[in-house]
Ligand binder design. Structure first.
Ligand SMILES: Cc1cc2nc3c(=O)[nH]c(=O)nc-3n(C[C@H](O)[C@H](O)[C@H](O)COP(=O)(O)O)c2cc1C
Length: 122
């Protein structure tokens, strides 16, 4: 299970460093030929970043689930990019976290990732 992330201001990059995963930094042109989990930030007013939108459209066949980083200051728009992608591509929102995540987010991610890898094998 690949992990593809997009990070504009560095929060998700910091999260990735904390989880010690061989994650790949995404871009609009990247083509992934394996099942993957996407981690994206949320931009605008609860929007999916344009580069992530393009990436998803080009790789929707292998998208298994989505995680969003956001900020709860945005209220009902918190991590909305994950919900939008979930609806559009019919994949689960695996989790959301604020900014670069806390220790509970790291543990949660590890459990989720383990479960996804298991599902992939059996
Ligand atoms: C212009 C702008 C708009 C944002 N809009 C939202 C939003 O609608 N909802 C949300 O939850 N977070 C929003 N955020 C917060 C970012 O998604 C959050 O800081 C995230 O951790 C950024 O990840 P990155 O540092 O890896 O790019 C916004 C941040 C910026 C700078």
């Amino acid at each position: 299970m690949e992990l593809i992330y997009f990070s504009k201001t560095g929060n998700i990059k910091r999260f990735i460093h904390k989880i010690e995963n061989n994650a790949i930094s995404g871009n609009a042109d990247l083509l992934v030929n394996k099942p993957f989990i996407l981690i994206t930030y949320t931009t605008g007013m609860g929007q999916v970043p344009a580069e992530v939108d393009t990436f998803c459209e080009n790789n929707k066949g292998f998208l298994m689930g989505v995680i969003a980083s956001g900020n709860k200051n945005w209220g009902s728009l918190y991590g909305l990019s994950a919900d939008i992608i979930s609806d559009k591509y019919n994949v689960p929102v695996l989790m959301k976290f604020e900014l670069s995540g806390n220790i509970y987010d790291i543990e949660k991610f590890k459990e989720i990732y383990k479960g996804m890898v298991k599902n992939e094998l059996f």
